[in-house]
Design a binder for this molecule. Structure first.
Ligand code: NAD
Length: 366
């Protein structure tokens, strides 16, 4: 696809993410790396691939393994063939990858985001009719910096019984993510950006993050800017989520707050995501491997399918992205074919097929 730039070219600081500038669909198939992932990953990415193909998005998939699946198969959690594929395609649809708690190899997600400079993790979180959730009409966008903070992985033992984890915040990365959030807000007609922080305690690190956000905000007078301390913001989110629009967060707060936001709209099975750099992107649901339901054909495929719609947008096929979102909305709204997390008894396959049918029926009516 002519409009996409390779992961390793350019300076990666441009605001040209969150949708390709090129809306053409008459292009040759895009090469996209497909990483099924661990746990429920293969089930939900499989659903997303079926829906993208049925929608007619022109993609040639390059199937690659990562994480536990790759470790079992090839002895490496990040095989060279995966890295080569990503360098070649610069875009991927990815399932969740397992990371052990307190031991084992470092997160492959963090590695991929850092290696390919995918600094902006975008998680649009919205309510759907027909989904039981604490609130209606929630429409939030989480913008999470994803190359630094405590995720830099700088940890050491000072002496037995004392360890340190280093929180790295730089002006460069903070300015870049703030500009991404404001640019996204402006392009998508969003009213406000709220920077969420703990600068009352971490005066230097979160203080720098805020300083950068304030500086960038001056260039976007058309978008309201405000700030909230992370603990108070969490309370506000669960009492009045409508008070928020675009949320701008460092890496760790962004991770935690985006799962909280998922809870507002029906759970982790509902929220898609994308990791953008200036030169490539990886699309993935917010949720993890869901080991408790893996292999049971019970996982909600919506988050992965909506991540697929974000991929279609990025590839310039806005029409397919629109039809995928409509079909998901129709199936959720009808409320007949829902997975157990949404209070139904449908399998992943049944819900995916209902979405496929809805797309076909709409096409037949047009
Ligand atoms: P999780 O998101 O896997 O699961 C949390 C809860 O949500 C579970 O009860 C699960 O069943 C449910 N859930 C998640 N996705 C669902 C879906 N599509 N449909 C229905 N229910 C769903 O979080 P966790 O249990 O904390 O993490 C499990 C593993 O996933 C860990 O190894 C973690 O490191 C990894 N993880 C990976 C990613 C990623 O690759 N991007 C993200 C988060 C967690």
């Amino acid at each position: 696809m002519a409009h996409r730039k390779n992961f390793e070219s350019g300076n990666g600081t441009g605001p040209e993410h969150a949708g390709s500038p090129n809306g053409r669909t008459d292009q040759p198939a895009a090469h996209v790396t497909l990483i099924p992932g661990d746990g429920v990953g293969p089930e939900v990415t499989g659903a997303a691939v079926r829906v993208l193909e049925a929608a007619g998005v022109q993609i040639t998939w390059d199937l690659q393994q990562a994480g536990a699946a790759a470790l079992n198969k090839s002895g490496s959690a990040i095989p060279d063939s995966l890295l080569k594929s990503l360098r070649r395609t610069s875009v991927a649809l990815k399932g969740p990858l397992e990371t052990q708690v307190g031991q084992g190899y470092r997160s492959i997600n963090v590695y991929l985001r850092k290696t390919f400079n995918l600094y902006a993790n975008l998680r649009p979180t919205r309510s759907f009719e027909g989904v039981q959730a604490p609130f209606r009409n929630v429409d939030l966008v989480v913008v999470r910096e994803s190359t630094e903070d405590l995720y830099a992985g700088i940890e050491h033992q000072v002496t037995p019984g004392v360890v340190e984890s280093v929180k790295v915040i730089t002006a460069r990365a903070s300015t870049r993510i703030a500009r991404f959030a404001f640019e996204y807000a402006r392009r998508h007609g969003r009213k406000s950006v709220t920077a969420i922080h703990k600068a009352n305690i971490m005066k230097l690190s979160d203080g720098l993050f805020l300083k950068c956000a304030r500086r960038v905000a001056r260039d976007y007078k058309d978008v309201r800017y405000d700030e909230q301390i992370v603990d108070a913001a969490c309370m506000r989110l669960v009492t009045n989520p409508h008070a928020f629009d675009v949320l701008l967060l460092e890496n760790l707060y962004g991770d935690i707050v985006s799962d909280l936001c998922a809870g507002l709209v029906g759970g982790l099975g509902m929220v898609p995501g994308a990791n953008y750099g200036g030169k490539g992107a990886i699309f993935e649901a917010v949720h993890g491997t869901a080991p408790d339901i893996a292999g049971k054909n019970m996982a909600n495929p919506v988050a992965a399918i909506l991540s697929g719609a974000m991929l279609a947008d990025y590839l310039g096929d806005k029409d397919s992205a629109f039809r995928i979102r409509n079909a998901v909305g129709d199936v959720l709204g009808a409320g007949r074919t829902l997975t157990p997390d949404l209070g139904g008894s449908a399998t992943t396959t049944e819900m995916t097929e209902a979405i496929l049918n809805s797309m076909t029926n709409v096409e037949a009516r047009v």
